[in-house]
Design a protein around this ligand. Sequence first.
Ligand code: MLT
Length: 327
Amino acid sequence: MMMRTTRRLLAAAALALPFVGTAQAQTWPERPITMVIPFAPGGPTDVVGRMIAESMGRDLGQNVLVQNVGGAGGTTGTARVAAAAPDGYNILLHNIGIATAPTLYRRLPYDPVTAFETIGLVTATPMIWLARPGLPVTNFAEMIRLVRERGEAVNLANAGLGSASQLCGTLFQASLGVRVTAVSYTGSGPIYPELMADRLDIYCDQTTSASSFVTSGRVRGLAVTTAEPMAQLPGIPTAGQAGLPGFEIGIWHGVYAPKGTPTPIVMRLNQALRVALADPRVVTRMNELGSPPEPVERQNPDVHRAHLVAEIARWRPVLQAAGQFAD
Ligand code: MLT
């Protein structure tokens, strides 16, 4: 008798589950949504997150509150969202680092492919090589020469293993066959004061946070990682033109929700993201920073998921060859 009752209860619960999600989705959102940025304030991920969060919140009728959770190259904040309730009130904005971490961290507390619902791709941001004001070089070629000469006497900042800046630094060292000394921070935000004070030598950052420091002359921009020079940063050559042919990197960003977030909520979040990426104020600002929104067809959750899977596979052999693992 007991077994039969239990079976009936379990069957009823299984039938009710999708409707619970649907019922929840019908009244969602009823309170502010948290968007975790897995890096410190003031960095490129934070810049992009705050741009879209405000516009998404207007569309959803509830604030999208940015919460910076830095550490371990973005994996600390990412793990937090992976473990969060799949109720639509916890989302993540992350960059290419979500696809490099599975190779760099052999004991990662989440699998990005199975731990998240993909909401949509946001933007692909160029990078720029930066030098402290007092570094004795006048261009990218001279920086390369200095790195070849001084090797590990040169310190290169990054936002932790698994960050975009660390990926750029890894590719740079592999291209030259030279090792420098990497100095990790919780994001670009805390790096700039050190760079401006001549306490760090070089850094590879995204133009979304670097542009204002370069145009104001507070740090020096030596080369961009785009195929062609950027109109937003006149006078700065590409890395290809300045000494490293083919050194091109674009840092893609996507929005995620914990696996199991009801599909109606996932689709409504995607709709709010699309509205944000069509918002004239957001589009203008992103274009000014050299990081336009992804084309509409790439703002699709399925395209985002396919891109995530492909990028994990793409970077695995490259990072394994570089031999820089976090654990
Ligand atoms: C990165 O390297 O991934 C960025 O610097 C992270 C950030 O600060 O947004």
